[in-house]
Design a protein around this ligand. Structure first.
Ligand code: G3P
Length: 224
């Protein structure tokens, strides 16, 4: 995935049920093409296949387990996710936390099957710990700002800059992105200025009345 990037986490909002998971992804694809920027979508898991088959932009799973393929009912398996033409997976979102030991298992599992890892963290201390596991991306998202409409880059800019520095100290290859409360283009611009390689957005886009317009607004600061 190219940087800077905008990741749209569709979560499991009713607004993206049925055909709308793909409709939102199509809107993102259209903006990505028009502006020439990297936009990535993470649809609800039941729509992962249909979205990944029908858009050319990268698609992420919202979660994946480290289990091997086989008799593991109800789990989300890296090899099967990869078979859907999906690019990678978010792991450890604050709404889907996993143990550190599981992170230690899943990051190499994703790498081995050719999936990109986007590991969420709630604090810069957690960023440091996760960076030792060599994921591709770490997404810093203070849980209390998620869905608040108050951007992390505005409310807690030091959390973003400290996370960027923390990751750099441990592993200069890992790219830090940030999310929580991003609703305006200036939030995206501020995040990039603080050293983030991109942003994650959910409610600011999913709840907007015009998806394409909102995605376009938020993606414009990515144009270099
Ligand atoms: O994964 C992104 C998400 O947690 C941020 O949510 O609604 O604050 O954009 P939101």
């Amino acid at each position: 995935m190219r940087t800077p990037l905008l990741i749209i986490n569709e979560k499991n909002y009713l607004e993206v049920s049925g055909d709308n998971a793909l409709n939102l992804a199509k809107a993102a694809e259209s903006v990505a093409t028009n502006l020439g920027v990297e936009i990535v979508v993470a649809p609800p898991i039941p729509f992962l296949g249909i979205v990944a088959e029908n858009v050319s932009i990268p698609v992420l799973s919202q979660h994946t387990d480290s289990f091997k393929p086989g008799s593991v009912t109800g789990s989300i398996i890296p090899e099967l996710v990869k078979s859907l033409n999906v690019s990678g997976s978010i792991i450890n979102h604050s709404e889907k936390r996993v143990q550190f030991d599981e992170l230690n298992q899943i990051i190499p599992r994703l790498r081995d099957v050719g999936l990109i890892s986007v590991i969420c963290a709630g604090t810069s201390e957690e960023v440091s710990r996760i960076a030792t596991l060599q994921p591709d991306f770490i997404a810093i998202e203070p849980p209390e700002l998620i869905g608040s409409g108050i951007a992390v880059s505005k409310a807690k800019p030091e959390v973003v800059s400290n996370s960027v520095k923390a990751a750099q100290r441990v592993n200069s290859k890992v790219k830090v992105i940030c999310g929580a409360g991003v609703v305006e283009p200036k939030d995206v611009a501020a995040s990039l200025k603080l050293g983030a390689f991109g942003v994650l957005v959910a409610s600011g886009i999913v709840k907007a009345s015009n998806w394409k317009k909102k995605i376009s607004e938020l993606a414009k600061p990515l144009v270099i």
